[in-house]
Write a protein that binds this ligand. Structure first.
Ligand code: NDP
Ligand code: MG
Length: 411
């Protein structure tokens, strides 16, 4: 199967083709991006692709898209990447500096689709160089939102939202003045535990958390979605991206994932962004913005969907959402702390070191501790945000070490 894909010819780029760099090319967003580009009839030319630890996967996508440069974050995968690219003119490189180099290659648009805070430095590098960034990686803004938005303003770089809710809101806002927006609503599917009791959610296994009803995504964002932490991260992302304070950001649970975001105006009008739950829709919108391209993305057929339902989120059963919203309201760098602690907690859950309900509990504990001892403050640069991130990771990991020794379920 891989062979067939490898032999597929990269689409011949047109002279007016947009040049693209894909950071996180081997992941779920990366694959959807590949699909759009492969089907766009030469409208895009891929300059570089970057990935984490999968040299063969990275070589495959680099070949399929005819990239000029392939960068793997994990230096130990260099030989395998080089071997997998043998016989092509694609340059191979590995290590964190190589990923930054990929981000800085000349391009019209950089797709930021690395998972987690690992994406902060390369995405920030692209933004600082004035590139238009199609941002999927919400952790960039949660970890270092003020620095990202300041840098975008200073370099004149555009930050286009790939996250489906933000993309829908961006489209629904049009060029409205912020003062005329009364409320921005992000919808949440509710995830696999939408109808479960607190007791059942507390004992959920990684397999259950990784089974999302509507979206197929990478493991970290899927676990975040199951506990509604993802929606909390997205409200924080929306706060920075759109420059709207917490009081004007709302969440509604909408099980069908058809209406992704709504904008209510001061005159009583409401506009909304709708689409089938298919990430190729917002990715295509960002890649071609402000024009539109034709895609093979799933079309929305409202008659066959039949009913659209909406309900208020339940903060009792989904405490992660409450913890994230409190972090946003408190400020003082707590979103940075929340993001770091959550990444460590999700990892521990996936490794069966802690139970599902302990994810939110540990994140809350990390936020309280960081406020109490002064670790948490509004970061004034990306370096400052990453220093807080690192300190919180170390402390949260130490906390898990103690927990793992005492209680906890092992399968
Ligand atoms: P995946 O886990 O599927 O993919 C993550 C990608 O990041 C992989 O290509 C991985 O490489 C790469 N990566 C990891 N660490 C590094 C690193 N240090 N340097 C370079 N590349 C690295 O995640 P998703 O595609 O699902 O999500 C990506 C981002 O987009 C996340 O922030 C997520 O929240 C956001 N998002 C995702 C959506 C979705 O539908 N999937 C929807 C909306 C937002 P490798 O494979 O080699 O490990
Ligand atoms: Mg989303």
């Amino acid at each position: 199967m891989d062979k067939v894909i490898e032999l597929r010819r990269a689409p011949a780029a047109k002279s007016e083709a947009r040049t693209v760099v894909i950071l996180g090319a081997t992941g779920s967003i990366g694959k959807s991006t590949e699909d759009i580009i492969a089907g766009a009839d030469g409208a895009f030319q891929v300059e570089a692709v970057a990935g984490g630890r999968d040299p063969r996967g990275l070589a495959r996508v680099a070949r399929a898209l005819g990239a000029k440069f392939a960068a793997l974050a994990d230096p130990s995968g260099y030989a395998e990447l080089k071997e997998a690219l043998a016989g092509t003119s694609i340059e191979a490189a590995a290590g964190e500096a190589a990923v930054i180099e990929a981000a800085l290659r000349p391009a019209d648009i950089v797709v930021g689709a690395i998972a987690g805070a690992a994406g902060v430095a390369p995405t920030f590098a692209a933004l600082s160089a004035g590139r238009t960034v199609a941002l999927a990686n919400k952790e960039c803004l949660v970890c270092a939102g003020p620095a990202f938005m300041r840098q975008a303003a200073a370099s004149g770089a555009k930050l286009l939202p790939v996250d489906s809710e933000h993309n829908a809101i961006f489209q629904a806002m049009g060029d409205a003045e912020l003062a005329t927006i009364e409320m921005i609503t992000l919808t949440a599917s509710g995830g696999p535990f939408r109808t479960w009791t607190s007791e059942a959610i507390a004992k959920a296994t990684p397999e259950q958390a990784l089974t999302h009803p509507n979206w197929s995504m990478g493991p970290k964002v899927t676990v975040d979605s199951a506990g509604l932490m993802n929606k909390g991260l997205e409200v924080i992302e929306a706060h920075y991206l759109f420059g709207v304070e917490a009081a004007r950001l709302d969440v509604l649970v909408h099980a069908q994932s058809i209406v992704h975001g709504l904008v209510a105006f001061t005159d009583g009008s409401v506009t909304a962004g709708l689409a089938s739950p298919d990430m190729r829709v917002p990715i295509a919108h960002c890649l071609s913005y402000p024009k539109r391209i034709s895609t093979a993305a799933r079309r929305l057929d409202l008659a066959s969907v039949g009913q659209l339902t909406f309900e208020r989120p339940d903060f009792e059963r989904f405490p992660a959402l409450r913890v994230a919203l409190e972090a946003l309201r408190t400020g003082r760098g707590l979103p940075t702390v929340l993001n770091a602690a959550n990444e460590v907690a999700v990892d521990a859950f996936l490794n069966r070191l802690i139970s599902f309900h302990e994810i939110a509990a540990m994140v809350e504990k990390a936020c309280d501790a960081a406020l109490a001892d002064g670790v948490s403050h509004e970061p004034d640069s990306v370096a400052d945000a990453l220093a807080i991130d690192q300190a919180v990771r170390e402390r949260t990991r130490a906390l898990f070490g103690k927990q793992a020794a005492s209680s906890l379920f092992m399968h």
